[in-house]
Design a protein around this ligand. Structure first.
Ligand code: PRP
Ligand code: URA
Length: 213
């Protein structure tokens, strides 16, 4: 893990870099792509939860009493930005099975690259939960910023964003749009192209996860 600034964390474990290289390859199959997205999300959420608060607990082992540590039980939610964010949910739930899942549908307009919200369903107590927004790609940042604005309107205070690949343009926009959010990413790429795709990136994450290429 590489803390690039107070709010940007690069998850660059060798296993992550290796799996991301396979993910980027245009010849990687949809099934393998989906599996890799899940595995990378598990590595990433492990890092994104490294600051969770602990409290002491007394446990009776078969040998003696032990004073151990357990999570303080702060409630969490994972919010995938549909569609591609769905591919990251199972990896997060592998580590945090008790997390609730809120769904937020966003689609970028092909010409303007502006996000259009088409679906939202959140846990009723979302305002009391720590929220992990997940989406493999942070390009212009528009979809992620719209998701955070939506969650802030609902009263969510603690938001972390997990992406797999980010463009510098998207990172700058995200940090400027919200003063508190923390970003976890497995890579920071070079730039965006004229279609607002990340270069070198990995193409259209949603299409590759769901085989709609
Ligand atoms: C992709 C991606 C992000 C968004 C990133 O979704 O999964 O949500 O674009 O671009 P941005 O940072 O410029 O907003 P897309 O709109 O293609 O929908 P999909 O997940 O259904 O494929
Ligand atoms: N959405 C994607 O899926 N890929 C990109 O490179 C940009 C937006």
């Amino acid at each position: 893990m590489n803390q690039l600034s107070e709010r940007v964390i690069l998850v660059d474990h060798p296993m992550v870099q290796h799996k991301l290289s396979i993910l980027r390859d245009k010849n990687t199959s949809s099934g393998q792509f989906r599996q890799l997205v899940r595995e990378l999300s598990l590595f990433e959420v492990y890092e994104a939860t490294s600051d969770l608060a602990l409290e002491p607990v007394h446990v009776e082992t078969p040998v003696a009493m032990a004073t151990c540590m357990q999570l303080t039980g702060r409630k969490m939610a994972v919010v995938p930005i549909l569609r591609a964010g769905l591919g990251m949910v199972d990896g997060v739930l592998d580590l945090i099975p008790a997390a609730r899942v809120g769904h937020l549908g966003m689609e970028r307009d092909h010409d303007t690259h502006e996000p259009h919200e088409y679906y939202a369903k959140m846990p009723r107590d979302i305002a009391e939960r720590d929220v992990l927004v997940v989406d493999p790609m942070l390009a212009t940042g528009g979809s992620c910023i719209a998701a955070i604005e939506y969650l802030r309107r609902l009263g969510v205070k603690n938001i972390k964003v997990m992406v797999l690949v980010a463009a510098p343009e998207g990172i700058d926009a995200l940090l400027a749009a919200d003063g508190d959010v923390r970003l976890y990413t497995c890579a920071i790429d070079e730039c965006l192209n004229e279609d607002a795709y990340i270069v070198p990136g990995l193409g259209d994450a949603g299409d590759r996860i769901f085989g709609t290429v």
